[in-house]
Design a protein around this ligand. Structure first.
Ligand SMILES: [Ca+2]
Length: 167
């Protein structure tokens, strides 16, 4: 006459899990900004996550920090591979050691994916499902952080190589 309470509870739990999974598939709002006092940044940690289309081992990713006032500041270039549904971290310096940027002067980041095709290879496409960049001052003090995640945040192709995020 009455439904099995255990079965009802299970069904509710499955429903909640499915709802959370649906929410997780939606892009998470970007988080960005300086941490603590305004300081010069010395080093960076870049974390990249791949979704359903890998970053090939001969594909290059370049990250710039956009400034509120001044030119974009290029960081050291990184390379794949980052396989499907996996991620990778990179410790980075400035592309030119004479460059610098203050943690409060960052307007956001700009990212470019460049495919370098080997023999018989077609252009690489890449689903970037997550990205975070953390900036550090002297003595490794965290001074800036920006991140985004989605499914994907950006699908890079040879005809669509650029993505940027303000914050
Ligand atoms: Ca690919």
């Amino acid at each position: 006459m009455f439904g099995n309470p255990v079965r009802t509870l299970k069904r509710t739990t499955v429903g909640v899990t499915a709802t959370l999974a649906a929410l997780a598939a939606v892009a998470v709002p970007a988080q960005a900004g300086p941490i603590g006092a305004c300081v010069q940044m010395r080093a960076f940690y870049l974390h990249l996550g791949t979704g359903d289309d890998d970053l090939r081992d001969n594909s290059e990713v370049i990250v710039w920090l956009m400034q509120n006032h001044g030119p974009d500041v290029e960081l050291e270039h990184v390379w794949g591979g980052i396989g499907n549904r996996s991620d990778r971290g990179y410790s980075l310096a400035y592309q030119n050691p004479n460059w610098h940027i203050g943690s409060c002067d960052v307007a956001g980041i700009k990212v470019r994916m460049l495919s370098h095709n080997g023999i018989f290879q077609t252009d690489d496409n890449w689903n970037m499902d997550s990205i975070s960049l953390d900036g550090y001052a002297d003595w490794g003090r965290p001074s800036y952080s920006i991140s985004a995640s989605g499914s994907p945040v950006k699908r890079f192709t040879n005809s669509d190589q650029w993505w940027s995020l303000f914050g």
